[in-house]
Design a protein around this ligand. Sequence first.
Ligand code: FAD
Length: 445
Amino acid sequence: MLKTGIFLFSNDLRLEDNPALTLACREMDKLICLYCPSQPSTKNRIRGPSKLSTHRLHFLHQSLQTLDQNLHSQQQYLLVREQPLLDAVAELITLHDVTHVYRSRNAGWYENHEWNTLVSRYPGIMFQQKHSHTLFTEDELPFELNGLPTSFSKFRRLIEPAMISSPTSRPPSIPPSPLLEVTSEFLKTNIDVKNPFIFEGGENAGRQHLNNYFSQNLASSYKLTRNGLDGMDYSTKFSPWLSNGCLSVRSVTARLREYEKDIESNDSTYWIYFELLWREYYQWYAHKHQSALFTFKGISASNPKTSFYPQRYQKWCHGNTPFPIINALMNQLNTTGYMSNRGRQLVASCFVHELNLDWRYGAAFMESQLIDYDIASNWGNWQYLAGVGADPRGHRKFDLDKQQSIYDPNGAFTNQWRGNEYNPTLDSVDASDWPIQGVEKNNQL
Ligand SMILES: Cc1cc2nc3c(=O)[nH]c(=O)nc-3n(C[C@H](O)[C@H](O)[C@H](O)COP(=O)(O)OP(=O)(O)OC[C@H]3O[C@@H](n4cnc5c(N)ncnc54)[C@H](O)[C@@H]3O)c2cc1C
């Protein structure tokens, strides 16, 4: 009997170093390469802006188009179904006698919930998944997932001596699809954006960026420049390709090791690895804590003392707060879909500690905007800054004036991104506008 499989692409939009895809290609006679761009349910999550930013959509779209082209070069294609994943899979299973379903493991709670629903719904089908978003597989970790250290420093000490396996090449051949090819409208649509930064989605552009970065010797000074706020060169800019899975983190690390062997190994090249370990830590943190990644008190014992101020939230989102550096950073994010690591720390600190807002709404806003959005890195970093995550100090409040004087001493960045154009009033309603009395009155009626 012919074996027919479905491969579910998600944040692994590449052919190289994709172990689950390689396995599916080895085991199947026919294969359906499926992607469902449907939004994850907001069940158990905070409801952020209802749409993804044009920049995020654009990068994703280009990544899917490249994946489709690369599949075509191996006589396959990407089936894009704009419907809930569970419905799309159910239809394909019924119509094509599917025997196997494969995917790369995912750190997301909702994505795992969907997968587990499929597994329990179809006991006669074989489900297989492999790690491809991390440096290590779960078996390679020097501790049980439940014993993940509570701080990054402890994690780093344990993980640093562990060996990283080499990335694998693309599957030599991909089994043909049992379906007649129909190019989806989603892939045909062109999304037009103007971006002063050069971010082109997809596996091929990702490889090119990786090679460009290392051919310019920028890695040798990364530690000195990494806190920059603007431009392409002060940090690696690997994150959009890593987050969408156009590049694997093992390929990035292998290229870094090559640079260290052939060109130079110093504090800066080590620091790139150090930052990739932060990424690794948050991936396992998300795998371990699952839905607690999205709860108000995170993994801490008590709720933060923040609240809801709709006006302040809107002002933060639109770069109209009394803090010029924050406005500039938010304008940069809204214009490009990207913000530096230093910038993200400052805007998150401002959201929680200056504006006193519930951190989850800031995280949800960034989820909708960032072209490098990654469940684990975004929500994990926000928890850390809100004092409800993996921070032994439990509190990260940045002095915004001091930060501006260090990282934007001449105000060039703030001017360039129009940080000084703001309304100095933070709250234009006062306590008497709070609706509690009205609600009580209504309840008595
Ligand atoms: C509030 C907040 C939200 C964030 N949301 C995301 C997100 O959604 N997606 C995302 O990829 N990163 C996120 N980060 C982490 C970090 O800001 C970005 O990874 C980094 O700015 C990307 O630019 P780069 O590739 O040039 O980084 P580089 O400085 O060149 O670092 C190299 C790589 O290391 C990893 N890395 C660096 N810093 C971190 C960090 N603090 N946490 C996890 N990984 C890190 C990234 O994969 C990055 O590509 C967030 C940080 C904060 C403070």
